[in-house]
Design a protein around this ligand. Structure first.
Ligand SMILES: N[C@@H](CCC(=O)N[C@@H](CS)C(=O)NCC(=O)O)C(=O)O
Length: 217
């Protein structure tokens, strides 16, 4: 199989980048990582050299380009069937796709008010009744998946799937903003945080020095 090359943004701030990166790392696939820092004078031009949308992440594989974090995760699930990155059973698979799409398109209040910022510790910041509604829906998804599909392991569908990758940035937001979790959700969040790939991402994010004021509450 040709080499994968993934262009990502700042590890401290880029929730979209984390998803695709996590799927590659979890799958133990060798890939070339290109980092383009956000918020510099050349950011846009640099990203356009890799991505038709001017957004990151973007994956290159054997001469083709795949953009949008969810499409990248789906593509990797197709390329690497032995990694079982989508559940096999149709109902579980459809549910995984539904929650991935919901995460990809929704939760605007949470995104805007609790931006991903791995280095920060800001308990209580960004909270509002609208943000709490997003949080409640996410926790209900986690509890439902854990109870319906999660009996064989500690991930949403027992073993790691792209659904876990889609929600991994939310786990980091909850950590930064000290969001209170029920015991089932807390166990799930801890399982995500304990993945070696997540620890690797966090270590690298904490070493980054760049600061983007709009993401620093
Ligand atoms: N829906 C896209 C969103 C990608 C996105 O907004 N990426 C941000 C980085 S986190 C970006 O590239 N921003 C470019 C810029 O700020 O110039 C995805 O899922 O990949």
């Amino acid at each position: 199989m040709p080499n994968f090359s993934l262009a990502i943004a700042n590890k401290n701030y880029s929730s979209w980048s984390l998803r695709a990166w996590l799927v590659l790392k979890y799958s133990q696939i060798k890939f070339t990582e290109i980092q383009i820092l956000l918020n510099t004078e050349t950011t846009h031009q640099e990203i356009l050299q890799h991505s038709p949308t001017g957004k990151l992440p973007v994956l290159h594989h054997g001469g083709i380009t795949i953009w949008e974090s969810l499409a990248i995760c789906e593509y990797l699930a197709e390329c690497l069937p032995h990694r079982r990155l989508l559940p096999k059973e149709p109902f579980a698979r459809a549910t995984a796709r539904s929650i991935c799409a919901e995460m990809h398109a929704g939760f605007q209040d949470l995104r805007q008010n609790m931006p991903m910022n791995c280095r920060a510790h800001l308990p209580g910041k960004g909270m509002s009744s609208e943000v709490q509604k997003d949080i409640d829906r996410i926790l209900s998804i986690w509890r439902d998946c854990r109870s319906t599909f999660g009996g064989g392991g500690n991930m949403l569908f027992s073993h790691f799937t792209i659904a876990d990758a889609m929600f991994a940035p939310v786990v980091l937001r909850f950590k930064t903003y000290g969001v209170e979790l029920d015991p089932i959700s807390q166990n799930y969040a801890d399982a995500i945080l304990n993945l070696p790939a997540m620890q690797e991402w966090l270590t690298a994010a904490k070493l980054e020095k760049e600061t983007i004021p709009e993401f620093e509450l």
